[in-house]
Design a binder for this molecule. Structure first.
Ligand code: NOJ
Length: 549
């Protein structure tokens, strides 16, 4: 396939990079990251090969859930800059050929949002129905609490009016009532507002909770919840034909599939869904040094509709959730990558980043990212992954992995000229802190993780087979070896990973090729007349090969 043909459905070959403006770069020297700082640092992302920036919430917020608690959907938090700074940033990103998407957090607002303050003021308030109220909590009010360390119920009594309101997350995040047409209008208006300012779509927070209408009195008036998601998508594409919805849906594959929508097999709801299952199985494979869990996830994973795609990731801003593994599998991953209870969160995940989890073993760390960029799906990076940042377990909860970006080796990490005590949170310390891990140093070092990432991204972008092709898991004759091929228009890429710490000789069968050309190193490999390929793999080897002949 000609590469230019892939650009209409740009998200299928995108490299998405998630960052929080607050912790990325400070431009005005007050210690807090801002849009000016981000704009000054944008060429780092361009050089890396990022094609789409995902901004975590940057809206005015009391910041009790790191900005996921919003008090004004149509503004910029003054700590991070102004709407003008936002527009300058967008313009600069576009100038570098990068698109920008942002978190759409409309399942709930902050309890300090003027809508909620008005709604809770009296049962007769015109905004009362914008949230979800009941006289008594339902019998299963404790079921499905997302943050069990802080909340015991999904319903909290509001003393002034004596009713209970629904909150899927913290009690300071009351759920909006999307069954109310005025609320739906406001949500659309917000999407329209940011698209008008240049966004190319949204990462939609907590989608299953957003569209569910349980407990909402007028739920019957709402069309089928998935129709609402299709409405949102239709609105989005009416305003901007190339805009996307990337949804957070952490459900088993068959349930997640529903969120792509269907209409005539093209997909009319979410453009992309994160592959939470594949991510969790990858960690199980790494822990066991056995390709099977990941291979079977990829085999089970349904094909998304024609224009849709899976979004793949190995780390994000939340805990590394392992909630879809069995208890004993989860324990295996905990034992391997986070045995200390302080590294674990909510009994279901790890609050660590990849390099410390893998004991700083560069071969293994490189391999994780080789998997990310070669397995089918649009790769999504979390800031700092490209240089191998670690976490700071002294910082509370999920914030352990949201420390300031490390630009230089200085005591302020080049994040800001202000004193580090005024930063949004402490820096990482020790082996993975700025002294040892930073952009400036890695740019100059051809053996750095940063240079490895750049090469992976370059190859991934050069090989549309990976994103567009039909993939197949191949038998490599050894349980530690994951091998897959991606075929498109008669062209084939073969990818082989050795997940164990010993050399392995792999034998694969590949039809229709006489020779393979290495893409991550020099060299070629002959294919036998019987289609057999022999590969001597080093410990944790990563091989991408293009078939010829
Ligand atoms: C999911 C986000 O990823 C998480 O960080 C946030 O706390 C909840 N949604 C609530 O918005």
């Amino acid at each position: 396939m000609d590469l230019t043909q892939t650009s209409d459905l740009w998200w299928k070959t995108a490299v998405i990079y998630c960052l929080d403006v607050e912790t990325f770069a400070d431009g005005n020297g007050d210690g807090c990251g801002d849009f000016v700082g981000l704009t000054q640092r944008i060429d780092h992302l361009n050089r890396l090969g990022v094609t789409c920036i995902w901004l975590m919430p940057f809206f005015p917020s009391p910041d009790r859930d790191d900005g996921y608690d919003i008090i004004d959907f149509n503004n910029v938090d003054p700590r991070l800059g102004t709407l003008g700074d936002f527009v300058e940033f967008i313009r600069t990103a576009h100038d570098r050929g990068m698109r920008v998407i942002a978190d759409l957090v409309v399942n709930h607002t902050s309890d300090k949002h003027p809508w909620f303050e008005e709604a809770r003021s009296s049962r007769e308030s015109p905004k009362r129905d914008w949230y979800v109220w009941r006289d008594e909590p339902p019998p299963d009010a404790e079921k499905g609490v997302v943050f069990p360390d802080k909340e015991k119920s999904l319903w909290t009594r509001d003393d002034k009016t004596g009713q209970y309101y629904l909150h899927r997350f913290y009690k300071h995040q009351p759920d909006l009532n999307v069954a109310n047409p005025q609320v739906r209008d406001e949500i659309a208006k917000t999407m329209g507002f940011w698209m008008e300012l240049g966004l190319s779509g949204f990462r939609v927070d907590a989608v299953p909770f957003l569209i569910e209408t349980t407990g909402q009195d007028d739920a019957a008036e709402l069309p089928e919840p998935h129709d609402y998601l299709a409405d949102l998508r239709a609105f989005l594409t009416r305003r901007n034909g190339e805009a996307i919805l990337l949804g957070e849906v952490n459900l088993p594959y068959p349930d997640t599939m529903r969120f792509f929508g269907s209409s005539d097999g093209v997909g009319d709801e979410l453009t992309m869904c994160f592959d939470f299952i594949g991510m969790q199985r990858m960690y199980l494979s790494l822990a066991r040094r056995d390709a099977e869990p990941l291979a079977s996830a990829l085999q089970e994973r349904p094909e998304p509709p024609r224009d849709a795609h899976w979004a793949t990731f190995v780390r994000n801003h939340d805990e590394l959730t392992l909630d879809k593994l069995s208890e004993s599998q989860r324990q295996e991953v905990f034992d391997a990558f986070g045995p200390d209870p302080d590294m674990q969160l909510f009994g279901r995940g790890l609050r660590r980043r990849v390099p410390p989890m893998l004991g700083g073993d560069m071969q293994r760390i490189r391999q994780v990212y080789s998997l990310l960029f070669s397995l089918p799906g649009t790769p999504v990076l979390f800031y700092g992954e490209e240089i191998g940042m670690g976490e700071n377990l002294e910082v509370e909860g999920r914030l352990a992995v949201r420390t300031p970006m490390q630009w230089t080796s200085g005591p302020d990490a080049g994040f800001s000229t202000a004193d580090p005590s005024s930063f949004p949170g402490p820096l990482v310390e020790g082996d993975f802190g700025p002294q040892n891990v930073n952009v400036e140093g890695e740019r100059r070092d051809p053996d750095s993780l940063l240079c490895w990432m750049r090469m992976l991204i370059e190859r991934y972008r050069e090989c549309p087979e990976l994103a567009w092709g039909d993939y197949e898991i191949l038998d490599a004759g050894h349980r530690a070896v994951l091998a897959h091929s991606c075929r498109l228009d008669g062209s084939t890429i073969l990818v082989v990973h050795n997940l164990c710490d010993e050399p392995v000789d792999a034998t694969l069968t590949l039809d229709g090729a006489t020779e393979l050309t290495e893409l991550l190193r020099d060299g070629t490999v002959k294919v036998g007349t019987d289609g057999k390929v022999q590969l001597s793999l080093e410990p944790y080897d990563c091989r991408w090969l293009r078939a010829t002949g």
